[in-house]
Design a protein around this ligand. Structure first.
Ligand code: SF4
Length: 348
């Protein structure tokens, strides 16, 4: 299978051009056709010599994603189910906010992390996406928004999969979408979310970027976190907190801790108090996410007053806290639910 045109960073295109004895500016031209003009075939790259277009066609493929279906929520959220060349399917979401359009991308087909409240992990990990397959999700969304004269203004790497288990491809994806000669998405408008792959939190802290980091914490202590997230047995709670402190110290950036509230499991005031103690003094922010009901799991939703009660305890302890605004609730918004439904329908 030929690589995708979206797999290469600008530096990658420059290296590709150099290896073929082509002038360096050809790389910038190709990048411009892909991400500024957003053409969908090589024939449209009219300022490239015919021979070069033929060479590109021979070495790369364009079509990365085939839209299988999409759903539109009353609040404007759009969820896409895309087919890949090898029959796997992935989800991508566009969220419409007053301040712009945010795209939530997927980095793996399925996931092996096994968080007990998540539909994406039910069938395990099928494979990693390439950088180009992640980039193509943003390009597709941007092409759709082009019709309305709108642009993708922010990206969250929070769809199915664990980006830090597909680290190289995720980093190349980020380099491509932030490139000023391409889509030029502001680094501060991008957030990468990890379940807590500790070695790669250190690695990410040492990268020279302004990209935001979110860590799914979901519990205030080691024992409860291990029950909810098996990854905690690989990378224990205290090690995770240490890595987060390193990130904050190294980058001077605030970490977002994602906390999925699960009715009767981790949503009591004592959990909030314990969490506040752990996070005391850290440059951080907690984002509470009331879990959507996943039919395959037995979890129930936290009552509204308990969600606010939890927030109050954290805030009382000086921890900046928000409750994630629910979007697309009417269209199976929890990550992996649309894909899980599709898999059920084709396997019976
Ligand atoms: S929440 Fe994220 S890391 Fe956890 S199983 Fe789901 S996709 Fe994987």
């Amino acid at each position: 299978m030929k690589p995708l045109v979206y797999d290469l960073t600008l530096e990658g295109w420059e290296a590709w051009a150099a290896e073929r004895g082509l002038p360096r500016f050809r790389a910038a031209q190709i990048f411009d056709w892909l991400y500024v003009k957003r053409v969908t075939d090589f024939a449209a790259m009219t300022n490239l010599p015919k021979q070069l277009r033929a060479q590109l066609d021979e070495e790369f493929r364009f079509a990365a994603l085939e839209e299988i279906t999409h759903m539109k929520s009353q609040d404007g959220t759009m969820k896409f189910l895309f087919g890949l060349h090898d029959q796997h399917v992935i989800e991508t979401v566009i969220m419409r906010h007053q301040y712009g359009n945010s795209v939530c991308v997927t980095t793996q087909v399925g996931c092996r992390i096994g968080c007990t409240f998540c539909a994406s992990t039910l069938g395990g990990l099928k494979r990693n996406l390439t950088a180009g397959e992640i980039v193509a999700q943003v390009v597709k969304c941007q092409q759709m928004l082009d019709a309305e004269g709108e642009r993708v203004s922010s990206i969250v790497v929070m769809g199915s999969g664990e980006p830090f288990e597909n680290y190289e491809a995720t980093m190349d994806f980020l380099r491509i979408v932030i490139d000023e000669k391409g889509l030029n998405i502001g680094q501060r408008h991008i957030t990468v979310s990890t379940s807590g792959i500790v070695p790669n939190i250190y690695r990410f802290a040492d990268e020279d970027t302004q990209i935001n980091l979110a860590v799914s914490i979901h519990a205030p202590n080691d024992a409860l976190r291990s029950k909810l997230m098996p990854v905690n047995r690989r990378y224990p709670f205290d090690d995770l907190i240490e890595a987060c402190k390193y990130y904050i110290e190294k980058t001077g950036r605030r970490i977002t801790f994602e906390y999925a509230l699960i009715g009767g499991v981790n949503d009591q005031p004592e959990h909030a108090a314990e969490l506040a103690e752990v996070l005391q003094g850290m440059l951080c922010h907690v984002n509470l996410i009331p879990v959507n009901h996943v039919p395959e799991r037995k979890y129930v939703r936290t009552p509204r007053e308990d969600i606010f009660g939890f927030k109050k305890v954290l805030e009382h302890n000086g921890i900046n806290t928000t409750i994630r605004r629910e979007q697309g609730h009417d269209i199976a918004a929890a990550c992996g639910q649309l894909r899980a439904k599709h898999m059920q329908s084709i396997t019976g």
